[in-house]
Design a protein around this ligand. Sequence first.
Ligand SMILES: Nc1ncnc2c1ncn2[C@@H]1O[C@H](COP(=O)(O)OP(=O)(O)OP(=O)(O)O)[C@@H](O)[C@H]1O
Length: 624
Amino acid sequence: MTDTATVSHSFQAEVSELLHLMVHSVYSETDIFLRELISNASDACDKLRYEAIAKPELIGEGEAPQIRVIPSKAASTLTIADSGIGMDRQELIDHLGTIARSGTKAFVQRLSEAKDGSGLIGQFGVGFYSAFMVADRIVVISRRAGGDEVWTWTSSGGAGFEVAPASEEDAKRVTRGTEIVLHLKDDAKKYLETYEIERIVTAYSDNIQFPIMLVPEEGEPRQINSASALWQRSKSELTPEDYTKAYKSIAHAFDEPAMTLHYRAEGRYSYAVLLFAPSTKPFDLFEPARKGKVKLYVRRVFITDDADLLPAYLRFVRGVIDSEDLPLNISREMLQNNPQLAQIRKAVTTRVISELEQLAEKDAANFDKIWDSFGAVIKEGLYEDFERRDKLLALARFTTTSGEKRSLKQYVEGLKENQTEIYFLVGDSIERLKSNPRLEAAKARGVEVLLLTDPVDAFWTSARLEFDGKPLKSLSQGDINFDPIPLSEEQKAEDEAKPAADEADTIALIKASLGDHVTDVKVSTRLTTSASCLVAGSHGPDRELERILSQQARGARSKPILEINLRHPLVVAIAKAAADKAKVDDLSFLLLEQAQILDGELPEDPAAFAARLNRLVLQGVAAA
Ligand SMILES: Nc1ncnc2c1ncn2[C@@H]1O[C@H](COP(=O)(O)OP(=O)(O)OP(=O)(O)O)[C@@H](O)[C@H]1O
């Protein structure tokens, strides 16, 4: 039985907040609402076509899926109607009352802080709700394909919406799909002009595969998009503008693509590929699901955008892969284990990476845009994609002590005499890394060091990696020996001018004081100005990785090795105070504790540290 009452519903809190922002801020690009509604209509047609493969009666004798845009100056309404899949009552409530995507809260927050949110809206795809930028009342009438009931959803923004059975007249007219009726605000009446509608459709929605019919108040309906699958056309007939338009329409994007890859694979399997790398970062890049969005089509019928057509570390790539050979009725579940799809995935991944390599060589400006936005994601491939690790390492760009956007190829070209390893340091920020004492020996020799600050860096660097036969080595690990690399002349002179403490005696003193607070005490070849630093054993994990893991409570930390600088006055003072056990203890612990602080950690016993510091400072003041 059909429920005849009108029922009021509240929007999810984020939706209300979003609508409030839409209504009260002035976005410069209100045009996007039409693109969003047309793209939803197109998705609905795609879904119908897909469901109709198994149930042809869903389309039956009815009209082929299409989209109509109907302006009415008399009623001040603009209607976007589609003969797609439609929504039943529950779907209207669920889909047009919430935003299902994670990260919505953070997005709304950013939107409220942004001056012009339209770029953000595009990144997140608020979709349907963008219609409230131009309409103060929206009525949605929908019939789910194959369904008997027709429902109406109405809202004036604000806190909620109402759902009621459609009037008899509406139910008769809407035989399948959805009509979205926008009651336009006074300042949005321009969208009733047919030339405005055509302008927007040509700019943003020309690539929609279904016919978009403009139904003017007078005269015959006419199709206003080309409705061709652009990826099926040959490269030679397409201009860069065609590609940019296709990108914007396929990826719902506002930026320009930084890379476009269009080709057709023929052979065992045939398929067309049209992929883009965006030039800006989308909002949900670091969502835990790490889902890609490349769309799978089979002979021009959309199947799914959930087929993981590329590895997760390429999830920023957008576009379409259209297969000629897969069965149309392939279920989404079957896609998981389909060997043909696995082949396609492998071949396309290889192709995307070689395209990135070429871009890096030929068009550094665009490559840099991709690396700036997605480098941290691509680096996930360094530990996930063993097979392509070398290629990805070669693609990677780093901030180093010598400059920015440095490749390992450039690094290797600048190796110092006797340098056989590639050095890096992992940490939170470039500034902190630059003042890290572990850099001192490298600096003193002019050796370049990669400064790695992306969270993912601690992970990929934990594998044993090589580039061009040179192992990558963390400066926070134990077995670094800089001795064979000559010091710069100034550093040599400076070092020789300083007195050094006796090695064996000093180490014995400090070891006796620190006991099992450290696994060992060693003389450092990496320090020139600081007194001490902590390093991991040569086979232990990088200290930064250990820190991250212990924060996540995934294992206790191992005791570090303390490295000391024999030429530092504090170390010299320990040697001199050999007879005064209390003083040697204080100074030795201070060496350990200041190294911990330089690593961004707390001393093991902060109260003891403060007491020790006060004692030493007071002694110093008294002696002065
Ligand atoms: N014309 C329509 N026909 C059928 N379902 C629709 C239609 N418009 C919207 N929907 C449903 O409402 C949901 C929410 O739409 P909305 O535009 O807010 O987000 P979306 O389309 O899922 O996301 P995005 O805009 O980022 O692609 C859609 O996922 C779809 O299920």
